[in-house]
Design a binder for this molecule. Structure first.
Ligand code: ASP
Length: 439
């Protein structure tokens, strides 16, 4: 059994947290490859080291004095080193960082030092080998991740190592300069390492015990999702549920490696399993509910629209020409509705309306704002009759008017449009219907 274990910033924010992480790693010999984030928040109003680094480098870039800010960052690491009673000194590393900041080594270089230093610290604490991600994770000339080269070099490098710590979040450009993934990118590094070492499991340790069926801000203590497929996860995270970086599923997905989301503060909880496919039924018909507010619907009516070839294309072109992406486009016989993000659309709405008239010659265009979309996702829906009926009944009981319904052909999700002000109530009603009542 070979596992790659990634720990998020809150799992590594203090010596106390590091000790929990050490216990987790030592509890299983299979936990051989470790990917750390930079130290995160120790408490609610704390600042992540990554943000401190961005701010510190901002000063350096403007030619201002950044010594105080850099000292604060150094203190964050020193606090952990002292708390763990390590002999490690990061003095030279900080001197190098200081001179590179003065030489304006770049924002990405600056941010990456959070993971880099934490990797050195972690390797020292665990007595594992340290592998600098800049030597094994690569980006292409155009800035995209170079999966092929990385997999080859990383796989070769780790092949005969009993264990290693590989810092998350960054790699190197073809010219050797440092480049980071987008924020939260250590999740991606963990996945890349899991693929390169052909891991059996990619464990992603964070501060929640997995994915919850619904947002705990709306549903108090929602049930946890035990197992979710990559596809379901994509639907949910697209609609706002975020525990894992979106792109982190791709490397492991191509190898069929499951991801196990775990909680550093509750290591006995089995967390959530993210898998390619499973014959295990989810506990409830639905796997999860997520949603977003702030959509607009643009209703386009034209008599005999359905017989006019190319009508849909002309409508969508009006949006495309104005640089607006659309979310959903349900249609009727003489109507077509396009859902867009309100903030993206607002400033361009009149341009879109005139483009619609010019391109598609509709009878009428009607815009409605302040709508929310709720996605009810579940692989179990395919085989169960009446799911949609139950959703609609739940909403009807709460007097919530449904503005739009869209069921993807995969039968994996049903998307419902409601008014912004009905959003939370709609989620509560659906949760109650499927999770609390459980017919
Ligand atoms: N430390 C980086 C961030 O705060 C990357 C990560 O934690 O995954 O975004």
């Amino acid at each position: 059994m070979r596992k790659v274990v990634k720990f998020g910033g809150s799992s590594l924010a203090s010596a106390e947290q590091f000790k929990k992480v050490g216990n987790i790693i030592r509890a299983e010999a299979s936990r051989r490859f470790v990917v750390p984030s930079a130290p995160g928040k120790r408490r609610k109003n704390d600042t992540k080291v990554t943000d401190m680094l961005y701010a510190c480098y901002g000063l350096a870039e403007e030619g201002k004095d950044f010594s105080h800010e850099l000292r604060l960052i150094r203190e964050r690491y020193q606090e952990i080193i002292d708390g763990l009673k390590l002999k490690l000194s990061l003095k030279e590393e900080f001197e190098k960082i200081e001179s590179n900041f003065k030489a304006k080594a770049g924002k990405d270089y600056a941010a990456s030092r959070g993971e880099y230093l934490n990797g050195i610290l972690m390797a020292d604490y665990l007595n594992f080998k340290f592998v600098d991600a800049a030597e094994v994770v690569f980006f292409k000339e155009d800035g995209r991740f170079d999966a092929e080269r990385t997999n080859e070099v990383l796989g070769e490098r780790l092949k005969n190592m009993p264990n290693a710590v590989i810092p998350g979040f960054y790699g190197a450009n073809p010219d050797g300069s440092i480049r980071t993934f987008s924020r939260g990118g250590s999740d991606i590094t963990g996945s890349i390492v899991a693929k390169a070492v052909h891991a059996d499991v990619y464990e992603n340790w964070t501060d929640v015990s997995g994915f919850l069926i619904a947002d705990p801000g709306i549903i108090p203590n929602p049930e946890k999702i035990e197992m979710i497929t990559y596809k379901e996860l994509r639907e949910l995270s697209y609609m706002g549920a975020s525990v894992l970086h979106d792109e982190s599923i791709f490397p492991v997905r191509s190898e069929g490696i499951p991801i196990n989301i775990r909680n550093t503060n509750e290591p006995d909880n089995s967390g959530t399993w993210i898998v390619e496919s499973t014959c295990q039924k989810s506990k409830f018909v639905i796997t999860g509910i997520a949603g977003k507010k702030g959509f607009c619907s643009v209703n386009i009516e034209k008599d005999r629209m359905n017989s006019e070839i190319g009508f849909g294309r002309k409508v969508l072109q009006a949006f495309e020409d104005n640089g607006i992406s659309f979310e959903h486009a349900p249609s009727g016989i003489d109507t077509m509705t396009v859902f867009v993000h309100q903030d993206e659309f607002m400033n361009k709405e009149q341009n879109v309306v005139s483009a619609l008239h010019r391109l598609a010659d509709p009878d009428m265009v009607d815009i409605e704002g302040d709508l929310a979309l709720v996605a009810v996702v579940g692989r179990g829906m395919k085989s169960v009759r009446g799911t949609a009926a139950r959703i609609f009944a739940a909403l009807a009981h709460k007097n919530i008017n449904i503005r739009m319904i869209d069921q993807g052909s995969s039968e994996l999700n049903i998307i419902i449009g409601v008014r912004n002000e009905d959003f939370e109530e709609a989620i509560r009603a659906i949760y109650n219907m499927f999770v609390l009542v459980q017919l």
